[in-house]
Design a protein. Structure first.
Length: 238
């Protein structure tokens, strides 16, 4: 297991049964604003603090925005991990070029990206939607076939002991594209979010957790707080 423990900080590692399985595919699914990025940033920081090497690809944040975000969540040692090359941060600037490009091929060919123990891609659906080949296959009703090609590459990586974490907004992909990723995921986490008055309540639904170290509950309530980061709540969305 890859521990993501932050001693005396939160209970996320404990709630996930001691961390994330080595050599696995982790799918974190949730709508825009649900907290996918905050969760992956917390996971990345915990992994770095535990001494693992991490690659984090963001389709939304530049390095400056990433650092600002991490400091706002109270993850103060983030520069240390970047400078020591324990963390490799890559910004996938999808708005830089006009039209769609061969993003998936470039990503798969980027050897430096896959040297880490854990590779996090946030958000993966944005890369899929802006990839020329993938888009062409989807338009030919071959979305499932296109997804399976990517999964084949992921399988090769996890066969080398890598753990791959991808985030997906399910409203941006069709069911035939989504279903293969859901089916192949060793860990499938779905984030729900509801508004109760002026309060936003979030919950992680643990739909699947293969290779767990200890028992993992079905739901994990959490919030995201400035200066603190992820906070595990006693109550979850029912």
């Amino acid at each position: 297991m890859y521990s993501i423990d932050l001693e005396n900080r939160d209970q996320l590692n404990e709630k996930l049964g001691g961390g994330l399985p080595e050599g696995s595919i982790v799918l974190i699914e949730g709508k825009y604003g649900a907290g996918k990025s905050a969760l992956t940033q917390r996971i990345a920081y915990g992994l770095c603090e535990a001494g693992y090497r991490v690659t984090l690809v963001s389709t939304e944040l530049t390095i400056r925005q990433f650092l600002t975000q991490m400091h706002s969540l109270g993850y103060k040692r983030i520069e240390t991990h970047l400078l020591s090359e324990r963390l490799l941060f890559l910004h996938a600037d999808l708005g830089k070029f006009k039209g769609k490009r061969e993003l998936l091929k470039r990503m798969m060919d980027a050897k430096v990206m896959w040297r880490a123990d854990v590779i996090i891609i946030d958000t993966f659906d944005a890369i899929l939607r802006n990839d020329a080949t993938f888009d062409a296959l989807v338009k030919q009703d071959k979305g499932r076939s296109a997804a399976l090609q990517i999964i084949s590459f992921f399988r090769g990586m996890i066969g080398k002991g890598k753990t791959i974490i991808i985030t997906i907004d399910p409203t941006n992909l069709s069911e035939d594209v989504l279903s293969p990723f859901r089916a192949i995921a060793d860990v499938y986490l779905e984030i729900e979010m509801i508004e109760v008055g002026n309060e936003i309540r979030r919950s992680i639904n643990v739909n699947r957790f293969a290779g767990m170290g200890e028992q993992v509950g079905d739901k994990i309530g959490f919030s995201v707080r400035s200066g603190i980061g992820i906070v595990i709540e006693a109550r979850a969305i029912v």
